[in-house]
Design a protein around this ligand. Structure first.
Ligand code: PLP
Length: 356
């Protein structure tokens, strides 16, 4: 028997979440963001489930080529564009769309002598201060791109730093629209956090990532409240049980001390599976569908859980670490991080099954 840990990917939930996106942005094309192995869910699995999306965005050119070669014909966008000019012929050959976010990329593209037109997403920096032309340089960059006659469709793009918090998108929106002025060119601005809350950001293309996977982009609104369905469920089993007495401890460092007789279950899931080591005692977990908590430190291959509230607990009991009926957002919050990190960090040693 293999170790009883398993990640299930619910493809109906993916389709449902895409429908939620379309509900918010019925007039926009949807660029499903599949970077980092589709946030840990499996690149081709997710693309197949979301085959009605208008485009897919990745960061790695290998991923985009894999999708093209698997037969996906929609827009495939490289979010960071090119890293080296040698990639350009490959991008053109596979009809990949690319972000151009700085002068170096623009010069490589303009000087490339490519004979196949490439669709370009020209990126403006509106306050994230990572990638993008500053508003001052944007118009000149756009002119240079259009004059080169090497670009096919050109889309004007930005990415918000604070769409998920109180600062919102007002200032970057003002900057973006002031800079581009009147234009017939397409626009793409919104990630999940922006497209749900700010209708004006939806524009021609929306770029949802996290909401497609069923997690909330906000800390003040749950995925349930947004009618999103979890896509990845991480499950394991109880592999041993200890009954400990008041004053006894569990696990490395003896960080959990029982204050009553406690039935403790060892679960076959640890930080080497992607469960966050920073999740403290008290992080929620489901055993046989009943909500209980972790106890003590997360180890490499195991966590301990409180079985006291579970009647007739036994070895082999089913444990849900996150997913169905237990949002990954709760675990992330407990561990001081975001769902994105937990989903992407699911370890390759965890077997995955795809559910219809
Ligand atoms: C990752 C990413 C997205 C998707 O963001 P979510 O918060 O997951 O919706 C959109 N646009 C860009 C440029 C990204 O890098």
């Amino acid at each position: 028997m293999p170790r009883p840990i398993l990640a299930s990917i619910n493809t109906s939930a993916l389709k449902h979440n895409l429908a939620v996106v379309r509900g918010y942005a019925p007039h926009s094309k949807v660029m499903a963001v599949l970077k980092a192995n589709a946030y840990g869910h499996g690149l081709v699995t997710v693309a197949t489930a979301l085959s009605t999306a208008d485009g897919f965005a990745t960061v790695d050119i290998e991923d985009a080529i894999r999708l093209r070669e698997a037969g996906f014909r929609q827009t495939l966008l490289l979010l960071n564009g090119l890293f080296h000019e040698s990639e350009l012929p490959l991008m053109a050959e596979h009809r990949l769309s690319i972000v151009i976010h700085n002068q170096e990329q623009l010069e490589m593209f303009v000087g490339s002598g490519l004979t196949i037109k490439t669709d370009i997403f020209l990126k403006m920096n509106t306050g994230m201060n990572r990638l993008g032309f500053s508003p001052n340089h944007f118009s000149l960059a756009l002119q240079r791109l259009l004059n080169s006659r090497l670009a096919g469709n050109v889309t004007l793009m930005t990415h918000f730093a604070t769409a998920d918090d109180a600062a919102g998108v007002e200032e970057p929106m003002r900057l973006f629209f002031k800079t581009i002025g009147d234009t017939h060119l397409a626009k793409s601005l919104a990630n999940s956090a922006a497209l749900i809350r700010y209708p004006a950001t939806r524009a021609d293309w929306v770029r949802p990532g996290i909401m497609l996977y069923g997690s909330s982009p906000y800390t003040d609104q749950t995925s349930e409240a947004l009618a999103l369905r979890p896509v990845m469920t991480l499950q394991s089993e109880v592999i041993a049980i200890q009954d400990i007495q008041p004053g006894e401890t569990v696990g490395y460092g003896q960080t959990f001390v029982a204050n009553r007789a406690t039935r403790v279950g060892m679960v076959a899931c640890g930080y080497a599976d992607g469960y966050p080591r920073h999740a403290p005692s008290g992080t929620p977990v489901l055993v046989n569908g009943v909500r209980t908590t972790t106890l003590g430190r997360v180890a490499m291959d195991m966590i301990c859980v409180d079985l006291t509230p579970i009647s007739q607990a036994g070895v082999g009991d089913k444990v849900t670490l996150w997913g169905d009926r237990l949002s990954v957002d709760e675990i992330a919050q407990g561990a001081g991080t975001v769902s994105y990190e937990l989903l992407c960090a699911l370890a390759s040693r965890v077997p995955m099954v795809v559910l219809a």
